[in-house]
Design a protein around this ligand. Structure first.
Ligand code: GLY
Length: 571
């Protein structure tokens, strides 16, 4: 029988948590924008990566818009206010739950252009050229955001589309006040912007960007105006499409008018599982997120995490081993279901998942050579927002350009960044992508195929009632950050802001290391793990979780990640 070690002290952790919360509430960007973290409201809330986007979403909800209207408004607002990941040149995935319990998912993920081919990033010697899948025109997948938002609005929207996009047009015209973090990000990528563009987009500055600078985006305002007036044709045809195709030709890209004509967002059935009497609703393929999340929760359910202690060596070890097993499966079995037969039932089979943990021992570290993907007889920058409206409808949406500012290519004349999502394919079997993730056949490039994602927009329900809306950016770390936040709330009883602010760690099978947020974990805990044989690698902040918890009294508690400028807004 499993023996649980003595619970480790969490005093040091609690102290750090309070400090982080304090910093979150009072320090970051407080001089530019209103309070962002620790918000509790009665009825409705938006939590996103940027205060302007949260404000715009809240105003739509106050005008009587529902969660879907607010989603459309926030998605376009992030394209203006948060160009590092918010986008119209990228794509996303979202999961929703209506107040009548109806659930669904929308896949507005980018697709490989029709001229794409399996070996397009290999040189003559068969070496992978990940510079081409990450920077510049050849890295770009066919964008899905605009079609996704129009489809969502047509199906569920209450307010006219024009009212939802107008605040973003206004913001792009008037200009965005740049926060310290955004200034740093823009400065960090100036060289890449110059490499990827033959023209000088508004994001390039002759002198370094500073806090309080104003970023005006007149070309983007015009593009958004065309979308307002013409809908789908305002992006996938006409002037915007002409700009985009011209940009492609100029830089050796392969997206054609046919790709734009063919692009369609797709309604999907979310994956649904249970964990300690909670229903977990999350994203199905082309994301690996929902399946891995359900796998990991299932493997954890037989253990008493609370007894192990929050962020104890044993808790970190157990979760690491669960993550190792799930990510090994990801590398082999996950890809776009429309192109590859993803064995969802096998991957989520309870017996299979219990067997996966049979060789786990608290006595020593596992290793990723021994742990391989299961088999059967048959076969980091992104951004997330969570919304709950006054009627109890909920949307959990994660949207992305893939890397920071995507391919760094800005469409000349149209003013928006294009994604570098092609790097989310496996460009060569076993060759790691920018997040160190490896893959094979399931996620090989094919024309029109969607690249495998880790985005994990998730909704948690308890006793038939909405409990939590959660998600995060972070590439491969997305799934483990969502997992840890669900555990923080369900197993450890943390509030939403405390959960989001607390330290995170990550393991993804390969490389065989535990990444920990630098300076956040107790040194003795990390030493204990090292003694067992784990390799620990400190790194900068993991993810930026934006989440909403429905409290027992029905009020909403926002969790806005203090690692960024993230903001909760509501009423
Ligand atoms: N581009 C990050 C993801 O979709 O996982």
């Amino acid at each position: 029988m499993l023996k649980y070690p003595k619970q480790t002290s969490i005093h040091l952790f609690s102290f750090k948590l309070i400090l982080m919360l304090w910093l979150g509430c009072f320090l970051h960007t407080s001089s530019l924008y209103a309070q962002q973290t620790g918000l509790i409201t009665d009825k409705a809330m938006v939590v996103s990566a940027h205060p302007e986007a949260s404000r715009i979403g809240k105003e739509i909800l106050q005008k009587g818009g529902n969660a879907f209207d607010a989603t459309v408004a926030v998605e376009f607002a992030l394209a203006v206010a948060y160009p590092i990941a918010g986008n119209i040149g990228g794509g996303g995935l979202l999961v929703y739950r209506k107040n009548n319990g109806e659930i669904g998912a929308l896949d507005y993920r980018e697709k490989a252009p029709m001229k794409a081919s399996r070996d397009m990033y290999l040189d003559a010697k068969g070496n992978a050229q990940d510079n081409l899948s990450q920077l510049g025109h050849l890295a770009v997948g066919v964008p899905g955001t605009v079609d996704g938002m129009l489809r969502l609005h047509k199906q569920f929207g209450k307010l006219p589309f024009k009212e939802l996009i107008q605040p973003s047009i206004d913001l792009a015209q008037k200009g965005l006040i740049i926060t310290e973090k955004e200034a740093n990000n823009l400065n960090r990528f100036q060289d890449d912007f110059k490499k990827a563009n033959k023209h000088a987009p508004h994001f390039i500055n002759n002198t370094p960007w500073k806090t309080g600078d104003v970023l005006k985006q007149p070309d983007l305002a015009q593009t958004l105006t065309r979308i307002r007036e013409e809908g789908r044709a305002g992006f996938y045809a006409g002037k915007t499409a002409e700009f985009l195709i011209k940009e492609m030709k100029k830089g050796g890209g392969i997206i054609s008018q046919m790709d734009l004509d063919l692009y369609q967002a797709i309604w999907r059935r979310p994956v649904v599982g249970t964990y300690r009497e909670h229903q977990i609703i999350s994203m199905s393929p082309p994301s690996s997120g929902g399946i891995l999340l359900l796998q990991m929760l299932e493997m954890l359910e037989t253990y008493n995490l609370e007894k192990l202690g929050l962020h104890s060596a044993e808790m970190i070890q157990l979760i690491t081993e669960v993550e190792r097993r799930a990510y090994a499966d990801r590398a082999k079995h996950l890809g776009d279901m429309d192109f590859y037969p993803v064995p969802i039932e096998n991957l989520l089979d309870k017996k299979y998942l219990q067997q996966r943990m049979e060789d786990f021992s608290f006595e020593k570290a596992g290793n990723s050579t021994q742990t391989q993907a299961g088999s059967w007889s048959v076969s980091e920058e992104t951004t997330h927002y969570s919304i709950v409206d006054a009627e109890g409808n909920a949307v959990s949406a994660t949207t992305t350009l893939n890397g920071a500012y995507g391919s760094k290519v800005v469409v000349q004349g149209a003013g928006f960044f294009l994604n570098n999502e092609m790097d989310d394919f496996s460009i060569k079997p076993g060759f790691p992508n920018v997040y160190g993730l490896v893959g094979g056949e399931a996620n090989a490039i094919a024309p029109g195929k969607r690249m495998l994602s880790s985005m994990t927009p998730t909704i948690v329900v308890k006793d038939g009632k909405l409990k939590m809306v959660v998600g995060t950016p972070g590439g491969s770390t997305i799934i483990t950050s969502v997992l840890q936040n669900i555990i923080h709330v369900i197993d450890f009883g943390l509030g939403m802001q405390a959960s989001v602010s607390s330290p995170r760690f990550h393991h993804q099978w390969l490389p065989d290391v535990i990444y920990v947020e630098e300076g956040s974990f107790d040194a003795a805990t990390l030493q204990k793990l090292t003694q067992k044989g784990y390799k620990i690698q400190p790194r900068s902040g993991i993810g930026r979780v934006d989440a909403i918890l429905v409290m027992p009294d029905g009020k909403l508690e926002g969790g806005a990640d203090p690692r960024g400028d993230d903001a909760a807004a509501g009423f």
